[in-house]
Design a protein around this ligand. Sequence first.
Ligand code: DP6
Length: 326
Amino acid sequence: MSTSTATAHPNIALAKYWGKRDEELIIPATGSLSLTLDVFPTTTSVSLGHSDDDVVMLDGVALSGEESARVRTVLDRVRALSGRAEYAHVVSANTVPTAAGLASSAAAFAALATAAADAYGLEADDRMLSRIARRGSGSACRSVFPALARWNAGTDDLTSFAEPLDWSGPELAMIIGVVSTKRKAISSRAAMQRTVQSSPYFPAWVDSSARLLERMSDAVADGDVDTLGELTEQSALRMHASMFGAVPPIRYLSQASIALFDAVAELRADGLSAYATADAGPNVKILCRADDSAAIVEGLRSIGADAEYVVAHAGPGARIIEREGA
Ligand code: DP6
């Protein structure tokens, strides 16, 4: 038996991915850009040589149905590319509440792709790992890389992958405002499908996202935190607006989330530079300069914005941390 263990961290999209052009290959309708964090890693081990079927354990519980099917999709890709057929025993441990909009699936599938490629002896560069991780969960293709990464939408499996971006601006921080750790009512996968199929705002989202991504990439190249932040907030609000237009409507933001967006705007009016974003859940993430993070958390608390705050910074890409056996 041989085992490869990998770790990966969640990423938070600054320019959001919302909507697919191809459901099976997970080709997105828009490109996106994210920051991989240094908190809440997922560790995943892939063992070969002792199973007569794929077995997937997440935090001690065997997965079945849709979740295990997604893991199998990734394993099947790695098996096809490596030319090996053995079943795998997968053990994964999250340090972030699963499915609470804190990007646990991004870290999980980036770690899985990395561990599986290693276990099956597949010589995969980061681009290939990004493409494999994408097949489990779109956003996972960005967690293969450290810090800032851009997922080029592409048009097929070969052209849809993330790549790392250079950053020469001041150190960034992402303050995570945890307002709820409940499981989301509707998965991002189902919610984006419904948005694509029924929201009259979806075409406008796709159209405006392309321009926003180009402007955001320029802001990254310039090390311009404020333009990056303004575009981050715009992208999040436009994504949520596209969901409001779905039938039936989708709303992940709670009153506490809206209150946090307002509190962040209030801090900005007071001269602090902070920008809010939110994903498929009520938790709000606040992009800022690392040097300002303590003042921002203090400011939010003094306004009475009620949340548990975790200050994160740019984190590492997915990597192998242990190998056992031959
Ligand atoms: C709101 O990557 O979870 O976090 O590809 O269907 O697995 P699937 O979706 P997923 O969606 C992430 C959506 C988002 C925005 C983002 O991370 O870009």
